[in-house]
Design a protein around this ligand. Structure first.
Ligand code: IMP
Ligand code: MG
Length: 183
């Protein structure tokens, strides 16, 4: 696996520091907003957000509920999506709740746009989006934006820290690009 790596874009220390910072920012933004009977609903998008969400939630010192959601992208399995649809049921009873959607990367923005509008249909108190990465796309701006962004990266295909290529490399602890002959 290690020999498939071309470049390390973001190393483990920087990831750790930034996730800590993001947690602090989210915690202070929600400070005083969450009623006792209405914990924050965190929605990590599976499977890419698994690693990021696991790290992030340990920096959020208040009551929260985790509701995992699955999204399938198309057309290709491995490369960035050109569209998205929900592959699991959206949790119900979001009315009046504060919702934070968590994803690994914002690329075209279709995934986030679809999820945000589905959540909004349920009249939540608020919907925010947190992504570990946002790509600076060559072909124009994304169709959705995130409220919290870990890092902005160039328009390159990356893996590691939850992100995959055909299901692999999610366990690599850094964010890296792959050698061209692997892709
Ligand atoms: P969007 O709907 O185009 O914003 O794409 C978001 C989804 O595409 C992410 O949740 C990832 O699963 C996938 N994706 C986009 N870019 C990359 C990448 O560079 N590496 C791995 N997955 C990516
Ligand atoms: Mg994904």
């Amino acid at each position: 696996m290690l020999r498939d790596i071309s470049n390390v874009l973001i190393g483990e220390d920087r990831i750790r520091e930034r996730v800590h910072e993001l947690g602090g920012q989210i915690a202070s933004d929600f400070d005083g907003k969450l009623a006792e009977d209405s914990p924050l609903v965190l929605m990590p998008v599976m499977t890419g957000a698994l690693v990021f969400a696991a790290d992030l939630i340990r920096h959020l010192p208040f009551l929260l509920r985790l509701e995992l959601i699955a999204v399938s992208s198309y057309p290709g399995k491995s490369m960035a999506s050109k569209g998205a649809k929900l592959a699991s049921e959206l949790p119900g009873q979001l009315e009046g709740k504060h919702v934070l959607i968590i994803d690994d990367i914002l690329d075209s923005g279709h995934t986030i746009a679809v999820l945000r509008s589905l959540v909004e249909e349920q009249n939540p108190a608020s919907v925010k989006v947190c992504v570990m990465l946002e790509k600076q796309r060559h072909d124009g701006p994304a169709v959705a934006n995130a409220d919290y962004v870990g890092f902005t990266i160039p328009d390159e295909f990356v893996v590691g820290y939850g992100l995959d290529y055909d299901g692999y490399y999610r366990n690599h602890p850094e964010i890296v690009t792959l050698r061209e002959d692997v892709l």
